[in-house]
Design a protein around this ligand. Structure first.
Ligand code: KIV
Length: 304
């Protein structure tokens, strides 16, 4: 077990939100923690209604909703807008804002300033940041400012180029030991939880059993304390090759396309809108309107 640094006073989650301390208790009870990404108010509301514990406003938004081909271009301003929408739409789940690339790498000051913006301007309950090593000091600084931090190791998409692409991490004994050491260091730096992405299941299981904080896996096997999936992957809204760890629970993209085709056909056939979709007006007002409009038209025509 690693030694926790001195506990700062944590930023208070909005009333009604799952207390962050509940997560450690869930780990102790071996009750799986459910996390999903969301990027807007309806997404936040649906995740809440489904009883999800944690919502991550992931920088995956850069790809899933903003159309980029990596997470790197996500900006602070974009992430603030999306996070604000999710916090407005949800009540119970803790909302974790993903710190986009470039907003925490340069200095502890930058990291704290941007984490504070997520809490103050967007109502986030916590932030997530990728990496260990030099990022440990960022974690300490943000936690020191009273903001809860979720770590993220394994496949860290913001540094995918350095990792040789989007591929599993920790597949040699040496690399797996490195991940284990990073996990301990992040716990010691004050993270309340840790995402393990694309890590062999036995390595994730070992990390999970050694840490006191909950691990949330994505492509890290069933022994993690919780799981996370990306909204668009889980719901069948993302086109392109899915990662091995994705399970699609719906084909919402197909449903949306079918609905849009039906709408387009109705508009083109003039079978939409129907009577029930239109507004009526009193018959005498209509007669007055028709008469006045015709008079105006005649007057305009006469004047050439
Ligand atoms: O940005 C994101 O959605 C993430 C998850 C894949 C953990 O970081």
């Amino acid at each position: 077990m690693s030694i926790r640094p001195q506990e700062p006073a944590p930023a208070t989650p909005a009333p009604g939100r799952l207390p962050i301390t509940e997560l450690a208790e869930m780990k102790a009870r071996r009750q799986p923690i459910v996390m999903v990404t969301a990027y807007d108010a309806p997404g936040g509301r649906l995740a809440d209604q489904a009883g999800v514990d944690l919502i991550l406003v992931g920088d995956s938004a850069a790809m899933t909703v903003l159309g980029h081909d990596s997470t790197v271009p996500a900006t602070m301003d974009e992430m603030l807008i999306l996070t604000r929408a999710v916090t407005r739409g949800s009540r119970r789940p803790l909302v974790i804002a993903d710190m986009p690339f470039g907003t925490f790498q340069v200095s502890d000051e930058d990291a704290v300033r941007n984490a504070i913006r997520f809490v103050k301007e967007a109502g986030a309950d916590a932030v997530k940041l990728e990496g260990a090593g030099p990022m440990l000091s960022r974690v300490r600084a943000i936690v020191g400012a009273g903001i809860a931090v979720m770590g993220h190791i394994g496949l860290t998409p913001q540094s995918a180029t350095m990792l040789g692409g989007f591929k599993a991490q920790g597949r040699s004994a040496e690399k797996a030991l490195g991940l284990l050491a990073d996990a301990h260091a992040l716990e010691a730096a004050g993270c309340f939880s840790l995402v393990l992405e694309a890590v062999p299941a036995p390595v994730a299981a070992r990390v999970t059993s050694e840490l006191g904080i909950p691990t949330i896996g994505i492509g890290a096997g069933g022994e993690c304390d919780g799981q996370v999936l990306v909204w668009h992957d889980l719901l069948g809204l993302y086109e392109g090759r899915a990662a091995r760890f994705v399970k699609r629970y719906a084909e919402i993209g197909d449903s949306i396309r079918t609905a849009l085709e039906a709408y387009a056909a109705d508009v083109r056939e003039r079978s939409f809108p129907e009577e029930q979709h239109t507004y009526a007006m009193p018959i005498d007002e209509l007669a007055l309107f028709e008469q006045a409009a015709s008079d105006q038209r005649e007057y305009a025509d006469d004047r050439g």
